[in-house]
Design a protein around this ligand. Structure first.
Ligand SMILES: Cc1cc2nc3c(=O)[nH]c(=O)nc-3n(C[C@H](O)[C@H](O)[C@H](O)COP(=O)(O)O)c2cc1C
Length: 325
């Protein structure tokens, strides 16, 4: 399948694996790139720029296909060394960066000068247009369904994607709720040039996370995610568990008085315990409603091949067939 995204990124299939904290290591990124998509290493999961440089080297040993690095700009207790991370990305010869969280304008010049393609992930048409204006090459449009940070507008992809298509000139991929060939064909029909998946890629053989995380995704239905940190205007969609219900109880009882410190035990530093140790009630971890569509743990290649075969059959048989002779 050839789209503006496959052409822009030099990849075979229009499928991107979004950055994921404590999931997006070299193993997963390389598996996605080797299967013909674009794998992405999560920059800030690497504690220092030199650790990121090492992870980029490791990924290059596992694939000779293009892969990217995610740089997330979110409220943080201590500000990460962004200039250092950008230097590691440029010196590592990475050709694609996924930015997210905040306007990446401040960091764009060095990336563009190095010939790096920048895909900005955002949750509204106005932010997508801003990304186009400041010179991003593409955007990932993240609907309300998405795992992670859906923003504060709550517009699902059935509205958000066609709205993005009406306004944008640069290509965009659909993100949030994408799982299979049906998602891809629907995303293309709504105007996207491909899709970005997060949660679905966690339930793959190569995702370097504890088996409990993969089992939790298979066990979950589309009703099992919750929105946390809404009162702090830092909304995150997570899989429910005892820590999440405790956190939501604090949000209800403290109301407008809620501060980050009140919920820090449920959100700060919990990712390693969940993703590495498999402590599924340790805290809140990002997960999309798409969990309701996840029923197995294939290899990344099996997943991507299945998506492309299903998409082709939907287009050639189901859709064309509906038009008659
Ligand atoms: C466990 C997890 C961690 C994530 N961490 C990040 C992150 O660090 N930076 C980021 O930009 N997006 C992050 N995301 C969002 C994904 O890149 C992607 O946009 C999102 O998962 C798409 O929605 P989906 O889960 O419905 O596919 C994360 C998502 C998950 C599920």
């Amino acid at each position: 399948m050839k789209t503006r995204i496959t052409e822009l990124l030099g990849i075979q299939h229009p499928i991107i694996q979004g950055g994921m904290h404590y999931v997006g290591y070299a193993e997963l990124a390389a598996a996605v790139s080797n299967a013909g998509g674009l794998g992405i290493i999560t920059g800030l999961t690497q504690r220092t720029p030199s650790a990121l440089a090492g992870e980029i080297r490791r990924c290059r040993e596992m694939t000779d296909r293009p892969f990217g690095v995610n740089l997330t700009f979110l409220p943080a207790v201590t500000q990460p060394d962004y200039p250092g991370y950008i230097k590691a990305i440029i010196e590592g010869g990475v050709k694609v960066v996924e930015t997210a969280g905040n306007n990446p304008q401040k960091w764009l010049a060095p990336l563009k000068e190095a010939g790096i393609k920048v895909i900005h992930k955002c949750t509204s048409v106005r932010h997508a247009l801003k990304a186009e204006t400041i010179g991003c090459d593409a955007v990932s449009v993240d609907g309300f369904e998405c795992g992670g940070h859906p923003g504060e507008d709550d517009v699902p992809n059935f509205i958000l994607l066609p709205r993005a298509a009406e306004e944008l000139r640069i290509p965009f991929v659909a993100s949030g709720g994408m799982a299979d060939g049906r998602s891809l064909v629907a995303a293309l029909a709504l105007g996207a040039e491909g899709m970005n998946m997060g949660t679905r890629f966690i339930a793959t053989k190569e995702a370097p996370v504890h088996e409990n995380v993969k089992h939790a995704l298979i066990a979950a239905s589309e009703l099992d995610t919750r929105l946390v940190m809404r009162p702090l205007r830092n909304t995150e969609r997570v899989l429910t568990n005892t820590a999440v219900e405790r956190l939501l109880g604090k949000e209800r009882s403290l109301g407008a008085l809620l501060k980050f410190e009140d919920i820090a035990p449920e959100v700060a530093g919990v990712y390693p315990r969940i993703m590495k140790e498999g402590e599924m009630n340790a805290g809140a971890w990002s997960c999309g409603m798409v969990a309701g569509l996840i029923r197995d743990v294939p290899t990344v290649k099996e997943l991507i091949d299945r998506i492309m075969a299903e998409a082709e059959s939907l287009i050639r048989r189901r859709l064309e067939g509906m038009l008659g002779a």
